[in-house]
Design a protein around this ligand. Structure first.
Ligand code: CTP
Length: 422
């Protein structure tokens, strides 16, 4: 369920990065959805966009200075921190995240962020290596622990000739995430820590834990218009991410291209290829539990997709040499140090499901395999329910009846919480 942004007021903190130009488009998108936007620009942001441009798009003044006497008399930073429904930080640079995590209050943006009790959504944007750096990971974990919600970053090409997670989520993705965050917070406006308050009624066996989930297919480009893919809908992986968040975990969902909405309360990293998925997974670690529900393409075309469409020349099909993709599950299972305490794989099989799954658990080095039948008769790929078998590393096995994918997810998450505690 999402909540419309009509008549909502958003305090938009714009950080200093090249993605700041997208924050201007975000102002537009939020206003299109009926929200009013109060922009606050850091000094860094003003190197990329002007307060005038932000003000013109917002239709109200943009704030920049903590020590502006006229402004303090007029509104004051504490009022600024209160008179809204939510705070969005976009782009959140590595530096701004570090200052937030450290509780700094040395400019208007960080002072407002420290003084506010409103729900905060941040859209990180930075270089791939900065996002993957242990310091940024620590800061992210701290902010998640403080109840801050994340959207993105997405994988893909950025300003530098590098690709991987680091690119700011698109303005409409940020607006969607904001709607979900406000829907979750409800009308009580409980502010920071609202996630903890909300879930008091339900058990939170994964409180304080970090969970990583992969979901969906991967797309492996052949040329600019064609790709190799599979029928995965992402429903099972997304349901697991949602169930883990409901169980109190801080969840990162690394998702291939899917047509379903992001689950609530989860940091989503969008990727396209298997190699991007591996990079995003490595950047999202450490985690206590990692669940690999994605249907990763086993192979990709050997040559990089260029900018030109491959043309037929009448002499038969074009040769398409393939190379194997990295095995993400096996890579993470063998990490030392850094292996999550519980590594869970899926096995999508069309025949002799259990035998294949037993072989897979040994080959991949994971703790548990969730096996399902994706043959035409089993018919679960893309469907709404699933009949799974659980195969543990110590040989213990159990089979569950056919259940909705949400119910499979809830039971699996409860099972993983028990395994982690035992
Ligand atoms: N997996 C992965 N990276 C890959 C391939 C698979 O992380 N490159 C993970 C999947 O997310 C799943 C598990 O490995 O958790 C098994 O995936 P599956 O496609 O069933 O197995 P494969 O290793 O591809 O073996 P095969 O296709 O031969 O059955």
């Amino acid at each position: 369920m999402t909540e419309t942004l009509a008549r909502r007021r958003v305090l938009l903190v714009i950080g200093g990065g090249i993605a700041a130009y997208k924050a201007l488009d975000l102002i537009r998108r939020l206003r299109e959805r009926g929200a009013s936007v109060c922009p606050v620009l850091t000094a860094g942001a003003q190197e990329f966009v002007t307060p005038l441009a932000a003000a013109a798009l917002a239709g109200e003044r943009a704030h920049t200075d903590l020590f502006d006497r006229a402004e303090e008399a007029d509104i004051g930073h504490i009022k600024l921190a209160r008179q809204a429904d939510a705070v969005v930080v976009a782009p959140a640079t590595a530096n701004l995240m570090a200052r937030m995590a450290g509780g700094h209050a040395d400019d208007l943006a960080t002072t407002v962020l420290l003084a506010t009790t409103l729900p905060i959504l941040i859209a990180p944007a930075m270089n791939v290596r900065m996002w993957a750096h242990p310091a940024t990971r620590r800061n992210r974990a701290t902010l998640e622990g403080d109840g801050v919600c994340f959207v993105g970053p997405n994988a893909g090409r950025m300003a530098e000739p590098e690709s991987g997670p680091g690119r700011m989520a698109e303005p409409n993705e940020i607006a969607d995430a904001l709607e979900r965050m406000l829907a979750q917070a409800g009308d009580a406006r409980p502010g920071l820590g609202f996630l903890a308050g909300r879930a008091e009624a339900q058990p939170r066996p994964l409180a304080g834990r970090r969970v990583l989930v992969t979901s969906g297919p991967t797309h492996e480009p052949i040329d600019p218009v064609r790709y190799i893919a599979n029928r995965s809908s992402g429903r099972q992986g997304h349901a697991i991410a949602a169930a883990a968040a409901q169980a109190g975990a801080a969840v990162t969902l690394v998702s291939g291209p899917v047509a379903i909405p992001d689950p609530a309360g989860v940091a989503v990293v969008r990727v396209e290829t298997a190699r991007e998925m591996l990079a995003a997974v490595e950047a999202a670690l450490p985690a206590d539990i990692a669940v690999f529900a994605a249907a990763v393409a086993d192979w990709r075309p050997q040559s990089e997709a260029g900018t030109k469409k491959i043309k037929k020349d009448g002499s038969g099909p074009a040769p398409l040499p393939l190379v194997e993709n990295p095995d993400i599950l096996a890579t993470v299972s063998r990490m030392n140090p850094g292996r999550p305490a519980l590594v869970v794989g899926f096995a999508a099989e069309t025949d002799t499901v259990l035998d294949h799954a037993r072989a897979k658990i040994a080959r991949k080095g994971c703790d548990l395999i969730v096996a399902n039948d994706v043959s035409a008769e089993g018919g679960v790929m893309g469907g709404s329910d699933n009949a799974v078998h659980l195969i543990h590393r110590d040989g213990a096995e159990e089979s569950w009846p056919r259940l909705g994918k949400d119910e499979v997810a809830r039971r699996l998450v409860a099972h993983l919480a028990e395994l982690l505690d035992s």
